[in-house]
Write a protein that binds this ligand. Structure first.
Ligand SMILES: NC(=O)c1ccc[n+]([C@@H]2O[C@H](COP(=O)([O-])OP(=O)(O)OC[C@H]3O[C@@H](n4cnc5c(N)ncnc54)[C@H](OP(=O)(O)O)[C@@H]3O)[C@@H](O)[C@H]2O)c1
Length: 388
C-alpha cells in the first residue's frame, strides 16, 4: 500500500539531464568483461515496491547501465518491464547496453532448482543471458518476505561446504552453457571463500563478491583478502540504507549520512553527505571496487551516478574516512554492520548473529555438521536438566 510519506518522496523529474554512461568509471573483471562501478539497486526496502519499475526506468534514462536485481526482491518482472520501456523510449538500444546482475535465492540452492531459477530470472528480465549471477547467501536458509526481525527458520543450517559446492557446480554449468557471463558470490566470509577457491579450477572462480560496505562499515581487511584473490568487491547499502526494513534496524546502529566527518566533508565540498559516501566507495583502495545504491527521486538517482564519473575526494579526504590504522588517522569505521542476518540463524548458533559472520560454525560435510548438532543437542539437554 502506498503511504502518504512514500507518495511525497517519490519524484521523477524528466527535466534532469542524463549523464553520459561513457563517463561512468568501470572495472575490468578477471574474466575479461568490464563492469560499470555504479549499480542501481532494486531492493524495495519493503515500501518502494510500487515504484521500482519507474525508478529503474528513470535510472536507465539518467545514464545508469548496471542494474542490480535479485529473485528475492520479488520484482524481476517489474525490472524487465522497465528495461523493455527503456528500449521503447530509446534510452538504450537493447538490453545488451546494460550490465545486469542477478542473484540465486537461498530457496533455490538445491541443485535441481538452480537452472529453473535462472530460467525464471532470464524470462522475467526479458534477456537470454545475464552479465553477472551471484549466489545471494552462502547457505540455503530462507525467511518469509517482509518478515519481522524475530523470525527464525527451524530448518536453517550453517555453511556446509559440500552442499554449497553442489550449488556452485550448477552455476558453473550454466556459465558454460552461455546463460551466465560472469559468476560471483554475495555475503561470503573469508573462510567460505577460501574453501570455494580451494575446490574450483580457474574458470570456475567467482569474479565478484557483493558485500555490505559503507563509511561506518568498511570491511577493509575482508575486501583486501578478496582482492588479493582477484575478486572485485561491490558494496551494498553504500549510503547506509536509511530506509532499510525494520528487521534490519537496531538501536546500536549509526547513520552514515549523519556522521560528523561525512557531514563536515560534504559542507567543505558543497555536496550532499550521500555524494561523499558514494565518492568514497568509488575512490577508496585504488578505485578497484564499486557500489550498489537505490533511490526513487531523479535528483538522487542522478547525483548518485555522478559519484562514479569524477574523483571528488582528495587523498587526504579519503584518508579521513578510511584511516590508515594509526592513532593519528583512525578513520571513521565503526564496525556498524546493518544486516545482522539474525533471521537466517540456525539452532546451534544459539541466537548469536555474530556466528553468521565469524566463521566459527563452518562445516566441510553434512556428516560433520550432524555430529556437531548431536553434541550440541546433548549439551543443551544436560544444561536444561542441571538448570531444572
Ligand atoms: N547482496 C545482498 O545481500 C544485498 C543486501 C542489501 C542490498 N543489496 C542491494 O544493494 C542496494 C542498495 O541497498 P539499499 O537500497 O538497502 O541501501 P542504500 O542504497 O544505501 O540506500 C537507499 C536509500 O537511500 C536513499 N537515498 C538514495 N540516494 C540518496 C541521496 N543522494 N541522498 C539521500 N538519500 C538517498 C533512498 O531514499 P528514497 O528511496 O527515498 O529515494 C533509498 O531509500 C539494494 O537496492 C540491493 O540492490 C544487496
Amino acid at each position: 500500500m502506498k503511504t502518504n510519506q512514500a507518495i511525497e518522496q517519490v519524484c521523477f523529474d524528466k527535466t534532469i539531464e542524463p549523464i553520459d554512461p561513457a563517463m561512468v568509471h568501470q572495472v575490468k573483471l578477471p574474466s575479461g568483461p568490464i563492469m560499470p562501478v555504479a549499480a542501481f539497486g532494486t531492493f524495495h526496502s519493503d515500501w518502494a515496491q510500487d515504484y521500482m519499475k519507474d525508478a529503474t526506468l528513470e535510472a536507465i534514462r539518467l545514464g545508469w547501465r548496471h542494474i542490480d536485481t535479485a529473485r528475492a526482491y520479488e520484482n524481476e518482472e517489474v525490472v524487465g518491464q522497465a528495461i523493455r520501456e527503456a528500449i521503447h523510449e530509446g534510452y538504450i538500444s537493447s538490453a545488451d547496453d546494460l550490465f545486469i546482475t542477478g542473484k540465486l535465492w537461498n530457496g533455490h540452492m538445491s541443485p535441481k532448482d538452480v537452472a529453473p531459477a535462472l530460467d525464471s530470472t532470464l524470462k522475467a528480465l526479458g534477456v537470454d543471458k545475464i552479465d553477472m549471477y551471484l549466489n545471494h547467501w552462502p547457505w540455503p536458509n530462507v525467511h518469509t518476505p517482509g518478515c519481522a526481525g524475530d523470525h527464525r527458520n527451524p530448518d536453517a543450517v550453517p555453511y556446509i561446504h559440500e552442499e554449497f559446492m553442489e550449488t556452485w557446480s550448477e552455476i558453473v554449468k550454466l556459465k558454460k552453457a552461455g546463460k551466465i557471463i560472469n559468476i560471483g558470490t554475495s555475503n561470503h566470509t573469508k573462510k567460505t571463500m577460501e574453501l570455494l577457491l580451494r575446490d574450483v579450477s580457474d574458470d570456475e572462480r567467482p569474479v565478484c563478491n557483493q558485500m555490505e560496505m559503507h563509511p561506518l562499515f568498511q570491511q577493509t581487511e575482508l575486501r583486501r583478502y578478496f582482492e588479493s584473490e582477484g575478486i572485485v568487491c561491490t558494496g551494498y547499502m553504500s549510503l547506509g540504507s536509511p530506509k532499510r526494513p525494520g528487521r534490519d534496524t537496531f538501536k546500536e546502529h549509526r547513520a552514515d549520512l549523519l556522521d560528523p566527518v561525512i557531514q563536515s566533508m560534504a559542507t567543505e565540498l558543497g555536496v550532499s553527505p550521500a555524494r561523499v559516501a558514494l565518492s568514497w566507495a568509488v575512490q577508496r583502495e585504488n578505485k578497484s571496487g564499486g557500489f550498489v545504491a537505490m533511490a526513487t527521486r531523479s535528483g538522487w538517482i542522478s547525483e548518485n551516478l555522478k559519484a562514479a564519473t569524477e574523483d571528488l575526494l582528495t587523498s587526504e579526504q579519503i584518508l579521513r574516512i578510511s584511516g590508515d590504522g594509526t592513532d593519528a588517522n583512525s578513520g571513521i569505521d565503526a564496525n556498524n554492520r546493518l544486516i545482522w542476518g539474525q533471521v537466517f540463524l540456525w539452532p546451534e548458533a544459539d541466537g548469536d548473529w555474530r556466528i553468521l559472520w565469524d566463521d566459527s560454525q563452518v562445516f566441510e560435510t553434512r556428516e560433520k555438521y550432524m555430529t556437531y548438532k548431536a553434541a550440541w543437542q546433548a549439551y543443551m539437554n544436560v544444561k536444561q536438566e542441571t538448570t531444572l
